[in-house]
Design a protein around this ligand. Structure first.
Ligand code: PMP
Length: 446
Protein backbone atom coordinates (compact mmCIF):
# COMPACT_ATOMS: atom_id res chain seq x y z
CA UNK A 1 0.00 0.00 0.00
CA UNK A 2 0.88 3.69 -0.09
CA UNK A 3 3.24 4.73 2.70
CA UNK A 4 1.38 6.10 5.69
CA UNK A 5 2.15 9.51 7.06
CA UNK A 6 4.35 9.29 10.11
CA UNK A 7 2.54 9.96 13.39
CA UNK A 8 3.29 13.24 15.19
CA UNK A 9 6.92 13.48 16.26
CA UNK A 10 8.07 10.46 14.25
CA UNK A 11 10.16 10.39 11.11
CA UNK A 12 8.56 9.62 7.79
CA UNK A 13 9.37 6.01 6.84
CA UNK A 14 11.03 7.18 3.61
CA UNK A 15 13.37 9.37 5.65
CA UNK A 16 14.06 6.51 8.06
CA UNK A 17 15.18 4.41 5.09
CA UNK A 18 17.34 7.19 3.68
CA UNK A 19 19.08 7.89 6.99
CA UNK A 20 19.43 4.18 7.68
CA UNK A 21 21.20 3.66 4.38
CA UNK A 22 23.51 6.61 4.93
CA UNK A 23 24.49 6.12 8.55
CA UNK A 24 23.52 2.84 10.18
CA UNK A 25 25.39 -0.46 10.10
CA UNK A 26 23.31 -3.63 10.07
CA UNK A 27 24.39 -7.19 10.92
CA UNK A 28 26.88 -8.34 8.33
CA UNK A 29 25.92 -5.31 6.25
CA UNK A 30 27.82 -3.03 3.88
CA UNK A 31 28.03 0.76 4.06
CA UNK A 32 26.14 2.45 2.56
CA UNK A 33 23.42 -0.13 3.12
CA UNK A 34 22.63 -2.00 -0.07
CA UNK A 35 19.13 -3.35 0.29
CA UNK A 36 16.30 -1.43 1.86
CA UNK A 37 15.38 -3.07 5.14
CA UNK A 38 11.70 -3.14 6.12
CA UNK A 39 10.83 -0.37 8.56
CA UNK A 40 9.13 -1.90 11.58
CA UNK A 41 6.91 0.47 13.54
CA UNK A 42 5.71 -1.72 16.39
CA UNK A 43 5.32 -5.31 17.49
CA UNK A 44 2.80 -7.16 19.65
CA UNK A 45 2.25 -10.85 20.30
CA UNK A 46 3.81 -12.72 17.38
CA UNK A 47 3.17 -9.86 14.94
CA UNK A 48 5.48 -7.21 13.56
CA UNK A 49 3.72 -4.13 12.18
CA UNK A 50 5.58 -2.30 9.43
CA UNK A 51 5.55 1.46 8.93
CA UNK A 52 3.44 0.95 5.79
CA UNK A 53 0.81 -0.86 7.83
CA UNK A 54 1.58 -4.41 6.70
CA UNK A 55 1.55 -7.03 9.43
CA UNK A 56 3.98 -9.94 9.46
CA UNK A 57 3.90 -13.02 11.66
CA UNK A 58 7.35 -13.26 13.22
CA UNK A 59 9.02 -16.57 12.40
CA UNK A 60 12.33 -15.57 13.95
CA UNK A 61 11.60 -14.49 17.54
CA UNK A 62 14.13 -11.75 16.82
CA UNK A 63 16.86 -14.42 16.54
CA UNK A 64 15.70 -16.89 19.22
CA UNK A 65 15.03 -14.16 21.78
CA UNK A 66 11.36 -13.09 21.92
CA UNK A 67 9.94 -16.35 23.29
CA UNK A 68 6.89 -14.64 24.80
CA UNK A 69 6.31 -12.47 21.76
CA UNK A 70 6.29 -8.69 21.87
CA UNK A 71 4.65 -6.30 24.33
CA UNK A 72 3.77 -9.06 26.72
CA UNK A 73 1.80 -7.41 29.54
CA UNK A 74 3.76 -9.21 32.27
CA UNK A 75 7.14 -8.23 30.86
CA UNK A 76 5.99 -4.68 30.12
CA UNK A 77 4.83 -4.38 33.72
CA UNK A 78 8.12 -5.75 35.07
CA UNK A 79 10.06 -3.18 33.04
CA UNK A 80 7.83 -0.29 34.09
CA UNK A 81 7.96 -1.38 37.71
CA UNK A 82 11.76 -1.52 37.68
CA UNK A 83 11.99 1.82 35.84
CA UNK A 84 10.20 3.30 38.84
CA UNK A 85 13.20 2.31 40.99
CA UNK A 86 16.26 2.56 38.72
CA UNK A 87 17.07 1.59 35.18
CA UNK A 88 20.79 1.29 35.72
CA UNK A 89 23.50 1.68 38.30
CA UNK A 90 27.13 0.62 38.15
CA UNK A 91 27.84 -2.87 39.48
CA UNK A 92 31.30 -2.15 40.88
CA UNK A 93 30.95 -1.88 44.66
CA UNK A 94 27.14 -1.92 44.42
CA UNK A 95 24.62 -4.70 44.17
CA UNK A 96 20.84 -4.90 43.93
CA UNK A 97 17.93 -7.25 44.23
CA UNK A 98 17.20 -7.66 40.47
CA UNK A 99 20.69 -9.06 39.81
CA UNK A 100 20.79 -11.26 42.90
CA UNK A 101 17.30 -12.60 42.35
CA UNK A 102 18.08 -13.46 38.73
CA UNK A 103 21.40 -15.10 39.60
CA UNK A 104 19.69 -17.24 42.24
CA UNK A 105 17.01 -18.31 39.75
CA UNK A 106 19.60 -19.19 37.10
CA UNK A 107 21.54 -21.31 39.60
CA UNK A 108 18.31 -23.12 40.50
CA UNK A 109 17.11 -23.87 36.97
CA UNK A 110 20.39 -24.70 35.20
CA UNK A 111 22.12 -28.09 35.58
CA UNK A 112 23.22 -28.81 39.17
CA UNK A 113 26.73 -27.63 40.05
CA UNK A 114 26.63 -24.29 38.22
CA UNK A 115 26.75 -21.93 41.18
CA UNK A 116 28.27 -18.61 40.14
CA UNK A 117 26.90 -16.10 37.64
CA UNK A 118 28.56 -13.33 35.62
CA UNK A 119 25.88 -11.01 34.20
CA UNK A 120 27.23 -9.74 30.91
CA UNK A 121 25.60 -7.46 28.39
CA UNK A 122 25.59 -9.58 25.22
CA UNK A 123 26.01 -13.15 24.10
CA UNK A 124 29.42 -12.58 22.55
CA UNK A 125 30.67 -11.01 25.77
CA UNK A 126 29.33 -13.93 27.80
CA UNK A 127 31.38 -16.24 25.56
CA UNK A 128 34.42 -13.98 26.02
CA UNK A 129 33.90 -14.27 29.77
CA UNK A 130 33.51 -18.05 29.55
CA UNK A 131 36.79 -18.32 27.64
CA UNK A 132 38.52 -15.94 30.03
CA UNK A 133 37.31 -18.02 32.98
CA UNK A 134 38.72 -21.21 31.45
CA UNK A 135 42.07 -19.76 30.43
CA UNK A 136 42.48 -17.98 33.74
CA UNK A 137 41.53 -21.13 35.67
CA UNK A 138 44.45 -23.07 34.20
CA UNK A 139 46.87 -20.18 34.71
CA UNK A 140 45.73 -19.91 38.30
CA UNK A 141 46.17 -23.60 39.09
CA UNK A 142 49.68 -23.67 37.64
CA UNK A 143 49.07 -25.10 34.17
CA UNK A 144 49.53 -22.00 31.98
CA UNK A 145 50.18 -24.07 28.84
CA UNK A 146 46.48 -25.00 28.71
CA UNK A 147 45.30 -21.95 26.75
CA UNK A 148 43.76 -23.33 23.56
CA UNK A 149 40.19 -24.29 22.86
CA UNK A 150 38.83 -27.35 21.12
CA UNK A 151 35.54 -27.19 19.27
CA UNK A 152 33.81 -28.94 16.43
CA UNK A 153 33.36 -27.33 13.04
CA UNK A 154 30.06 -25.72 12.10
CA UNK A 155 29.76 -23.72 15.32
CA UNK A 156 28.91 -20.11 15.99
CA UNK A 157 29.75 -18.32 19.23
CA UNK A 158 29.67 -14.60 18.45
CA UNK A 159 31.43 -11.88 16.54
CA UNK A 160 34.08 -10.59 18.95
CA UNK A 161 37.58 -11.91 18.48
CA UNK A 162 37.96 -14.83 20.85
CA UNK A 163 34.46 -16.18 20.09
CA UNK A 164 35.22 -15.78 16.36
CA UNK A 165 38.21 -18.07 16.80
CA UNK A 166 35.87 -20.94 17.73
CA UNK A 167 33.33 -20.27 14.99
CA UNK A 168 33.26 -22.50 11.95
CA UNK A 169 36.55 -21.97 10.11
CA UNK A 170 34.67 -22.18 6.79
CA UNK A 171 32.16 -19.62 8.01
CA UNK A 172 33.76 -16.62 6.34
CA UNK A 173 35.57 -15.03 9.24
CA UNK A 174 38.71 -17.09 9.54
CA UNK A 175 40.09 -16.34 6.12
CA UNK A 176 39.59 -12.61 6.77
CA UNK A 177 41.27 -12.76 10.17
CA UNK A 178 44.07 -15.20 9.44
CA UNK A 179 47.02 -14.43 11.71
CA UNK A 180 44.91 -12.42 14.13
CA UNK A 181 42.59 -15.03 15.65
CA UNK A 182 43.96 -17.43 18.25
CA UNK A 183 44.57 -20.82 16.62
CA UNK A 184 42.17 -23.37 18.06
CA UNK A 185 41.71 -27.10 17.57
CA UNK A 186 38.83 -28.17 15.34
CA UNK A 187 37.10 -31.55 15.20
CA UNK A 188 34.66 -32.45 12.42
CA UNK A 189 30.96 -31.63 12.70
CA UNK A 190 29.34 -34.40 14.76
CA UNK A 191 27.07 -36.77 12.80
CA UNK A 192 23.35 -36.41 13.56
CA UNK A 193 23.13 -39.91 15.02
CA UNK A 194 25.51 -40.97 17.76
CA UNK A 195 28.63 -42.58 16.33
CA UNK A 196 31.17 -44.13 18.69
CA UNK A 197 33.80 -43.81 15.94
CA UNK A 198 33.35 -40.02 16.03
CA UNK A 199 33.93 -40.01 19.78
CA UNK A 200 36.97 -42.27 19.41
CA UNK A 201 38.49 -39.90 16.84
CA UNK A 202 37.77 -36.94 19.10
CA UNK A 203 39.40 -38.78 22.01
CA UNK A 204 42.50 -39.36 19.89
CA UNK A 205 42.63 -35.68 18.88
CA UNK A 206 42.23 -34.54 22.47
CA UNK A 207 44.81 -37.00 23.79
CA UNK A 208 47.39 -35.39 21.51
CA UNK A 209 46.78 -31.81 22.61
CA UNK A 210 45.22 -32.02 26.09
CA UNK A 211 48.31 -30.39 27.63
CA UNK A 212 47.51 -27.26 25.62
CA UNK A 213 43.73 -27.35 25.73
CA UNK A 214 41.88 -25.32 28.36
CA UNK A 215 38.35 -26.25 27.34
CA UNK A 216 36.05 -27.83 24.82
CA UNK A 217 33.39 -25.33 23.80
CA UNK A 218 30.30 -26.36 21.84
CA UNK A 219 26.70 -25.45 21.17
CA UNK A 220 24.89 -28.44 22.67
CA UNK A 221 22.31 -30.33 20.54
CA UNK A 222 21.78 -27.49 18.02
CA UNK A 223 24.44 -25.73 16.01
CA UNK A 224 22.55 -22.54 15.22
CA UNK A 225 23.90 -19.72 13.09
CA UNK A 226 26.64 -22.01 11.77
CA UNK A 227 24.15 -24.21 9.91
CA UNK A 228 21.04 -25.13 11.97
CA UNK A 229 22.31 -28.67 12.52
CA UNK A 230 21.11 -31.04 15.23
CA UNK A 231 23.00 -33.89 16.87
CA UNK A 232 22.35 -36.68 19.36
CA UNK A 233 22.56 -35.44 22.98
CA UNK A 234 24.59 -38.57 23.76
CA UNK A 235 27.57 -36.64 22.38
CA UNK A 236 27.32 -34.32 25.37
CA UNK A 237 27.85 -37.22 27.78
CA UNK A 238 30.81 -38.33 25.68
CA UNK A 239 32.28 -34.81 25.80
CA UNK A 240 31.84 -34.75 29.59
CA UNK A 241 33.71 -38.04 29.92
CA UNK A 242 36.50 -36.94 27.59
CA UNK A 243 36.93 -33.69 29.47
CA UNK A 244 37.07 -35.47 32.82
CA UNK A 245 39.58 -38.02 31.51
CA UNK A 246 41.88 -35.43 30.00
CA UNK A 247 41.50 -32.66 32.60
CA UNK A 248 39.87 -30.22 30.22
CA UNK A 249 36.96 -27.89 31.05
CA UNK A 250 33.64 -28.15 29.20
CA UNK A 251 31.76 -25.05 28.04
CA UNK A 252 28.20 -25.17 26.72
CA UNK A 253 27.06 -22.16 24.72
CA UNK A 254 23.30 -22.24 25.31
CA UNK A 255 22.73 -18.68 24.11
CA UNK A 256 20.43 -19.92 21.36
CA UNK A 257 19.23 -23.22 22.86
CA UNK A 258 18.33 -22.01 26.35
CA UNK A 259 14.86 -21.51 27.83
CA UNK A 260 12.92 -24.35 26.27
CA UNK A 261 13.67 -23.90 22.58
CA UNK A 262 14.85 -27.50 22.05
CA UNK A 263 12.08 -29.07 24.11
CA UNK A 264 14.07 -29.18 27.36
CA UNK A 265 14.67 -26.09 29.46
CA UNK A 266 18.34 -26.27 28.47
CA UNK A 267 19.93 -28.45 25.79
CA UNK A 268 22.22 -29.93 28.45
CA UNK A 269 19.10 -31.39 30.09
CA UNK A 270 18.62 -33.74 27.11
CA UNK A 271 21.76 -35.50 28.30
CA UNK A 272 21.74 -34.77 32.03
CA UNK A 273 25.19 -33.22 31.74
CA UNK A 274 26.62 -30.33 33.76
CA UNK A 275 29.27 -28.33 31.91
CA UNK A 276 31.92 -26.43 33.87
CA UNK A 277 30.83 -23.18 32.26
CA UNK A 278 27.57 -22.28 30.53
CA UNK A 279 26.57 -19.21 28.48
CA UNK A 280 23.03 -17.85 28.28
CA UNK A 281 21.60 -14.88 26.40
CA UNK A 282 18.93 -14.08 23.81
CA UNK A 283 15.73 -15.44 25.44
CA UNK A 284 17.10 -14.70 28.91
CA UNK A 285 15.07 -11.47 29.00
CA UNK A 286 12.38 -12.80 26.68
CA UNK A 287 14.20 -10.75 24.07
CA UNK A 288 13.29 -7.47 25.74
CA UNK A 289 16.70 -6.15 26.69
CA UNK A 290 20.31 -6.96 26.09
CA UNK A 291 21.57 -9.29 28.80
CA UNK A 292 23.58 -12.50 28.93
CA UNK A 293 25.00 -14.69 31.66
CA UNK A 294 28.02 -16.91 32.14
CA UNK A 295 27.62 -19.53 34.85
CA UNK A 296 30.44 -21.60 36.30
CA UNK A 297 31.05 -24.27 38.90
CA UNK A 298 32.65 -23.71 42.29
CA UNK A 299 35.75 -25.57 41.05
CA UNK A 300 36.28 -22.96 38.31
CA UNK A 301 35.48 -19.99 40.55
CA UNK A 302 37.74 -21.19 43.35
CA UNK A 303 40.54 -22.02 40.94
CA UNK A 304 40.47 -18.46 39.64
CA UNK A 305 40.22 -16.97 43.12
CA UNK A 306 43.27 -18.87 44.37
CA UNK A 307 45.50 -17.68 41.53
CA UNK A 308 48.23 -15.05 41.55
CA UNK A 309 45.62 -12.65 40.16
CA UNK A 310 42.71 -13.69 42.36
CA UNK A 311 39.98 -11.80 40.51
CA UNK A 312 38.14 -12.30 37.26
CA UNK A 313 39.28 -9.19 35.42
CA UNK A 314 36.12 -8.37 33.51
CA UNK A 315 33.59 -5.65 34.31
CA UNK A 316 31.44 -4.11 31.61
CA UNK A 317 29.71 -0.80 32.33
CA UNK A 318 26.28 -2.34 31.97
CA UNK A 319 27.06 -5.48 33.96
CA UNK A 320 24.02 -6.68 35.92
CA UNK A 321 21.77 -4.00 34.43
CA UNK A 322 18.81 -3.95 36.88
CA UNK A 323 16.19 -3.24 34.23
CA UNK A 324 17.30 -6.22 32.14
CA UNK A 325 17.64 -8.42 35.23
CA UNK A 326 14.12 -7.57 36.43
CA UNK A 327 12.63 -8.38 33.04
CA UNK A 328 14.71 -11.60 32.85
CA UNK A 329 13.33 -12.79 36.19
CA UNK A 330 9.80 -11.98 35.04
CA UNK A 331 10.38 -13.79 31.74
CA UNK A 332 11.68 -16.94 33.43
CA UNK A 333 8.81 -16.88 35.94
CA UNK A 334 6.34 -16.50 33.09
CA UNK A 335 7.91 -19.40 31.20
CA UNK A 336 8.01 -21.77 34.16
CA UNK A 337 4.44 -20.94 35.20
CA UNK A 338 3.18 -21.86 31.72
CA UNK A 339 2.88 -25.39 30.27
CA UNK A 340 5.90 -24.55 28.10
CA UNK A 341 6.80 -28.17 27.42
CA UNK A 342 3.38 -28.84 25.87
CA UNK A 343 3.54 -25.53 24.02
CA UNK A 344 6.91 -26.32 22.47
CA UNK A 345 5.74 -29.87 21.65
CA UNK A 346 2.69 -28.37 19.93
CA UNK A 347 4.87 -26.02 17.88
CA UNK A 348 7.08 -28.98 17.02
CA UNK A 349 4.08 -30.94 15.73
CA UNK A 350 2.83 -27.93 13.76
CA UNK A 351 6.24 -27.39 12.17
CA UNK A 352 6.52 -31.08 11.27
CA UNK A 353 3.09 -31.18 9.65
CA UNK A 354 3.42 -27.84 7.90
CA UNK A 355 6.89 -28.50 6.50
CA UNK A 356 6.05 -31.97 5.19
CA UNK A 357 5.20 -30.66 1.66
CA UNK A 358 8.70 -29.15 1.43
CA UNK A 359 10.19 -32.66 1.33
CA UNK A 360 8.78 -33.14 -2.15
CA UNK A 361 10.18 -29.90 -3.60
CA UNK A 362 13.07 -30.12 -6.04
CA UNK A 363 16.31 -28.91 -4.51
CA UNK A 364 15.30 -29.64 -0.92
CA UNK A 365 18.02 -31.65 0.78
CA UNK A 366 16.51 -32.02 4.23
CA UNK A 367 13.58 -30.95 6.39
CA UNK A 368 14.17 -31.17 10.14
CA UNK A 369 12.39 -30.11 13.30
CA UNK A 370 13.58 -30.09 16.90
CA UNK A 371 11.56 -28.44 19.65
CA UNK A 372 10.30 -25.12 18.35
CA UNK A 373 12.86 -25.01 15.52
CA UNK A 374 11.99 -25.86 11.92
CA UNK A 375 14.52 -26.04 9.08
CA UNK A 376 14.33 -26.54 5.33
CA UNK A 377 17.80 -27.16 3.95
CA UNK A 378 18.31 -26.76 0.22
CA UNK A 379 21.05 -28.38 -1.83
CA UNK A 380 22.03 -24.91 -3.04
CA UNK A 381 22.29 -21.36 -1.70
CA UNK A 382 19.03 -19.50 -1.09
CA UNK A 383 18.44 -16.34 -2.99
CA UNK A 384 18.06 -14.23 0.11
CA UNK A 385 16.07 -11.38 -1.44
CA UNK A 386 13.71 -13.71 -3.33
CA UNK A 387 13.19 -16.01 -0.34
CA UNK A 388 12.56 -13.12 2.05
CA UNK A 389 10.17 -11.45 -0.40
CA UNK A 390 8.21 -14.69 -0.84
CA UNK A 391 7.82 -14.98 2.92
CA UNK A 392 6.80 -11.33 3.28
CA UNK A 393 4.25 -11.78 0.50
CA UNK A 394 2.86 -14.67 2.55
CA UNK A 395 2.66 -12.34 5.58
CA UNK A 396 5.62 -13.77 7.48
CA UNK A 397 9.02 -12.51 8.61
CA UNK A 398 11.83 -14.97 7.89
CA UNK A 399 15.56 -14.51 7.42
CA UNK A 400 16.81 -17.30 5.14
CA UNK A 401 20.57 -17.58 4.81
CA UNK A 402 23.13 -19.82 3.08
CA UNK A 403 21.23 -23.00 2.16
CA UNK A 404 18.69 -22.62 4.98
CA UNK A 405 15.09 -21.50 5.35
CA UNK A 406 14.27 -21.79 9.02
CA UNK A 407 11.99 -20.56 11.76
CA UNK A 408 11.92 -20.51 15.55
CA UNK A 409 8.64 -18.75 16.36
CA UNK A 410 7.67 -17.12 19.64
CA UNK A 411 6.01 -19.64 21.96
CA UNK A 412 2.83 -17.50 21.91
CA UNK A 413 2.30 -18.22 18.22
CA UNK A 414 -1.23 -19.47 17.45
CA UNK A 415 -2.01 -22.54 15.36
CA UNK A 416 -3.05 -20.41 12.39
CA UNK A 417 0.00 -18.15 12.71
CA UNK A 418 2.17 -21.25 12.76
CA UNK A 419 0.50 -22.51 9.59
CA UNK A 420 1.27 -19.18 7.96
CA UNK A 421 4.89 -19.55 8.97
CA UNK A 422 5.26 -23.06 7.51
CA UNK A 423 3.39 -22.05 4.35
CA UNK A 424 5.75 -19.08 3.99
CA UNK A 425 8.79 -21.34 4.47
CA UNK A 426 7.55 -23.61 1.69
CA UNK A 427 6.88 -20.54 -0.49
CA UNK A 428 10.39 -19.27 0.22
CA UNK A 429 11.84 -22.65 -0.80
CA UNK A 430 9.81 -22.53 -4.02
CA UNK A 431 11.20 -19.05 -4.68
CA UNK A 432 14.71 -20.52 -4.71
CA UNK A 433 14.53 -23.30 -7.30
CA UNK A 434 17.66 -25.35 -7.91
CA UNK A 435 19.84 -24.20 -10.77
CA UNK A 436 20.31 -27.73 -12.04
CA UNK A 437 17.51 -30.21 -11.65
CA UNK A 438 19.73 -33.17 -12.50
CA UNK A 439 20.35 -35.69 -9.70
CA UNK A 440 17.91 -34.02 -7.33
CA UNK A 441 15.99 -37.19 -6.59
CA UNK A 442 18.98 -39.40 -5.91
CA UNK A 443 20.59 -36.70 -3.77
CA UNK A 444 17.48 -36.31 -1.70
CA UNK A 445 17.22 -40.01 -1.15
CA UNK A 446 20.93 -40.43 -0.44
N1 PMP B 1 26.46 -17.97 20.72
C1 PMP B 1 25.42 -18.45 20.03
C2 PMP B 1 25.15 -19.92 20.03
C3 PMP B 1 24.60 -17.55 19.32
O1 PMP B 1 23.56 -18.04 18.61
C4 PMP B 1 24.88 -16.17 19.36
C5 PMP B 1 24.02 -15.16 18.64
N2 PMP B 1 23.58 -15.54 17.37
C6 PMP B 1 25.98 -15.74 20.11
C7 PMP B 1 26.75 -16.67 20.77
C8 PMP B 1 26.35 -14.28 20.18
O2 PMP B 1 25.40 -13.57 20.91
P1 PMP B 1 25.21 -12.00 20.65
O3 PMP B 1 24.74 -11.85 19.26
O4 PMP B 1 24.18 -11.59 21.67
O5 PMP B 1 26.54 -11.35 20.89
Amino acid sequence: GAPRRAPEGQLDPELVLKLDREHVWHPYGPMPGMRDPLVVASAAGATLTLADGRELVDGMSSWWAAIHGYRHPVLDAAAVDQLGRMSHVMFGGLTHEPAVRLARTLVEITPPGLEHVFLADSGSVSVEVAIKMCLQYWRSVGRPAKQRLLTWRGGYHGDTFHPMSVCDPEGGMHHLWGGVLPRQVFAPIPPVEFAQSYVDDLAATLAECADEVAAIIVEPVVQGAGGMRFHDPAYLRALRELCDTHDVLLVFDEIATGFGRTGELFAADHAGVTPDVMCLGKALTGGYLTLAATLCTTRVAQGISRGAVPVLAHGPTFMGNPLACAVASASIELLLAAPWRATVAGISAGLRAGLEPARRLPGVLDVRVLGAIGVIQLDHEVEMAAATAAAVDAGVWLRPFRDLIYAMPPYVVTQSELERITDAMVAAAKACPPKHLVNQVSRREG
